[in-house]
Design a protein around this ligand. Structure first.
Ligand code: ATP
Ligand code: MG
Length: 288
């Protein structure tokens, strides 16, 4: 025990690269971990434990790790949602019901009395209960998509992204059961060890700043002086825009932080208002 904050990450899987990228954007200098179980950040009191994702919730709940990053689907399947302290905005996926292409399922109520194969029996059970549906759940540990063709189940409930696996198994997706993204988890939102708690507060502040920055862009442009008020009305800025004088009289430079998705909606209006030399830059961190 070295007093460092211990963070559990998925060793090898869909969340590994994105989790490490998030930590790097938070300013953590982490060496390429290759096959090691524990890696210590060079510039922050942080030990990263690399584990199977299924084990992370228990390790965090039992205090082996102080915090962890894992899919919300895993947390809800383990039925311990209270340990989620931050949503992380990556690893988004959906748990969907799917059934053979040659069958017809018009409405959700049609699954009453059917058999559904899944690796998520608890999430599925909660879903069925909340909709007052009565279907039989077959719990499998993997490859659920072959269950209908083997005659084991009428439907499956599984994570669907591109739909390629479904297509190869002649299945089509139907109703959505659960939306998931990566989350930061901790047994308690404030840790008993005072120092560690400070490190966690710092880490959470950095994560929030990276996430706000990721959804924002820095917009720069030159405008004719007399269109300033028009331009300010168009910009959906997080704060009041910065206005700078240019060497060329009658012209101004305007800078603003805007939500990323709004750029393409306002670009034509900016141009018609006389904006030129429009630049849109990524932001690495944004402290609010
Ligand atoms: P492990 O070997 O650690 O047990 P795993 O095979 O159980 O890994 P992965 O397939 O790597 O898990 O998925 C990890 C998490 O990534 C899932 O819990 C889910 O939250 C998310 N995820 C799964 N499939 C997708 C997908 N197709 N697109 C986006 N995110 C996904
Ligand atoms: Mg797993």
């Amino acid at each position: 025990m070295n007093g460092n904050l211990r963070l559990a990450l998925q060793k090898k899987g869909r969340l590994t690269d994105k989790s490490l990228e998030l930590l790097r954007l938070c300013g953590m200098d982490i060496e390429n971990y290759s096959e090691r179980l524990v890696v210590t950040a060079r510039n922050f009191p942080l030990d990263i434990l690399f584990l199977r994702d299924d084990d992370i919730p228990e390790y965090v709940r039992d205090g082996v790790a102080d915090v962890g990053i894992v899919g919300e689907d895993v947390i809800y399947e383990k039925q311990i949602p209270s340990i989620i302290i931050e949503k992380l905005g990556f690893g988004r996926c959906s748990l969907m019901l799917a059934y053979p292409e040659n069958k017809e399922l018009k409405k959700l109520e049609d699954i009453d009395g059917k058999t559904i194969a899944t690796t998520y029996p608890k999430i599925l059970k909660d879903f069925l209960k909340s909709r007052s549906l009565d279907a039989k759940i077959i719990e499998l540990s993997g490859s659920v998509e072959i269950a209908p063709s083997l005659g084991v189940a009428d439907l499956i409930c599984d994570i669907v992204s591109t739909g390629n696996t479904l297509m190869m198994n002649k299945l089509k997706k139907s109703f959505k059961v659960f939306d998931s993204e990566a989350v930061l988890i901790s047994a308690n939102s404030s840790l008993k060890d005072e120092k560690k708690n400070e490190y966690l507060t710092d880490l959470r502040r950095r994560i929030r700043s990276v996430m706000t920055a990721g959804s924002s862009k820095y917009l720069m442009m030159n405008i004719p002086k007399d269109s300033l008020s028009k331009i300010i009305d168009i910009i959906p800025s997080l704060k009041s825009p910065t206005v700078l004088h240019l060497a060329e009289e009658n012209m101004l430079a305007v800078h603003a932080v805007i939500p990323s998705e709004s750029f393409w909606q306002i670009i034509d209006d900016l141009k018609s208002a006389g904006a030129s030399g429009i630049l849109l830059l990524p932001i690495e961190n944004l402290i609010q």
